[in-house]
Write a protein of this length. Structure first.
Length: 447
């Protein structure tokens, strides 16, 4: 038996032992007794399905170690970083309103809420499986993260609700979009509690930071913005309280972008009232008359629009890069649904196409979550808005220019659990290799 010490894990040692033709690895030498002669027999087929795989049997881990895992993650956040020592995001670009002075408090709050939920779920998790492989034919990398809950547990019951999922917003999922997603699921009580905690943090920060937007005059203008934003966020509160999440989103283009989105709400009439209030307030108090009410109708959905020219200046130039020089915004509200489209042109047409397509597939059973991200345009936008030039990011942008840079994410229900299935196209393999080469040996664990 021999061991190595990992500097990046606080000096934690890994122990190795040769048994027959296999090498076994453990964090404690005491675990190296009664080793199986052929571990393939206990891998449950993982060796045939994946190039690299691991499975954690959580109920075989002493409770003290499970708690140490979660506590270590929380301590990492309190120390100013993410789990694993990664830095937190640096906030929004300079010139745009940030969520806090350091740009890190909100991400930390969100991650802490997620860790609290994770700690609860670990107690009812039977196995967690990671599997990765490279498909040589399609030139893609495939990653599966499979969670299976203890039989008859509350988590298992919650997972069972994901098996027969239908959505009213499936037409918003566009595989060719820059970013697109469709989510349709009923959350458990713990999930709802975690989401509400995160949503409360986001809501408080947004309302607080309106005061820091220099482009808004002090006094009545900011009060009006906070009032209308508060009313809109209250609709989100009611949606989370219901426990049913059903929504779709598509962001198209490479800059300027167009956006269409729709979501289920308990009471669409309240959103319609909010639209009426916003239009009346803006026209009366600000003197902007760019709104048009009831420009079209589809079923019980009423559409309204506003055409907004983007002002000049540093902030206006950045917004123009994202949305264009003149933005058309379309709002829609139905009995139990709300919609929005933002584009330089044809916003209404794009929104109605997504709605019609959603209606056509309303009875189709779908996975509870599907998403696709084209990484090239997203990384390019992040680089352009960054205050400092990062040579590694610039190199990553160049590596992704060839296309085939999409990441497809699907959450699939399995017996008593879920499989988060991730597929990355071949451009990501090239970009990953380029990044590792540029970072050099420091990117790899040091022994």
């Amino acid at each position: 038996m021999w061991s190595i010490e990992l500097e990046q894990l606080g000096g934690q040692s890994l122990y190795f032992k040769q048994h027959n033709k296999w090498t076994y690895i453990s964090i404690m030498p005491e675990f190296m007794v009664d080793l199986p002669d052929d571990p393939v027999k206990v891998l449950d087929g993982l060796s045939k399905k994946y190039d690299l795989a691991a499975r954690v049997y959580f109920q075989n881990i002493p409770e003290i170690f499970r708690q140490l895992l979660v506590d270590g993650m929380k301590q990492g956040l309190e120390g100013g970083g993410l789990p694993g020592g990664l830095p937190l995001p640096g906030g929004l670009p300079e010139g745009l309103p940030g969520l806090d002075s350091e740009g890190t408090e909100l991400p930390k709050q969100v991650l802490k809420a997620q860790l609290d939920t994770l700690a609860e779920q670990l107690e009812e998790t039977e196995t967690l499986t990671f599997g990765a492989s490279i498909d040589r034919d399609s030139k893609t990398i495939v990653l599966d993260i499979i969670t299976v809950a203890i039989e008859d547990s509350q988590t298992a019951q919650a997972m069972s609700k994901l098996a027969e999922t239908k959505t009213r917003f499936g037409g918003f999922l566009d595989p060719e979009a820059t970013i697109s997603a469709n989510i349709a699921m009923t959350g458990s009580s713990s999930d709802i509690g975690s989401l509400k905690a995160m949503y409360t943090n986001i809501k408080e920060e947004l309302l607080k930071r309106i005061d820091d937007v220099d482009e808004l005059p002090e006094g009545q203008a900011k009060d009006l913005v906070k009032e209308t934003m508060g009313e809109l966020l209250a609709i989100g509160d009611a949606t989370l309280e219901s426990g049913d999440v059903d929504a779709g989103l598509a962001v198209r283009g490479k800059g300027p972008f167009s956006i269409v989105a729709g979501a289920q709400v308990p009471d669409g009439a309240k959103f319609q009232q909010w639209i009426d209030h916003v239009i009346e307030t803006v026209e009366t108090e600000i003197g902007f008359f760019g709104f048009q009410k009831d420009i079209d109708k589809h079923g019980d959905i009423r559409f309204h629009s506003a055409t907004i020219p983007i002002p000049g200046g540093e902030t206006g130039d950045k917004i123009s890069e994202i949305l264009g020089d003149q933005v058309e915004i379309v709002f829609g509200a139905g009995k139990n649904s709300i919609y929005i489209a933002i584009a330089e042109e044809e916003a209404l047409e794009s929104l109605k196409k997504a709605i019609v397509k959603s209606e056509e597939m309303a009875e189709v059973v779908v996975p509870p979550l599907r998403a696709v991200v084209s990484l090239g345009p997203v990384v390019k936008l992040m680089t352009e808005f960054s205050d400092e030039t990062d040579p590694n990011m610039s190199m990553l942008v160049d590596a992704l220019k060839g296309g085939k840079d999409r990441i497809h994410v699907t959450i699939k229900p399995v017996q008593r659990g879920t499989n988060t299935h991730i597929v990355g196209e071949e451009g990501l393999l090239k970009a990953f290799g380029t990044l590792i080469t540029s970072l050099g040996p420091g990117a790899l664990p040091q022994f």
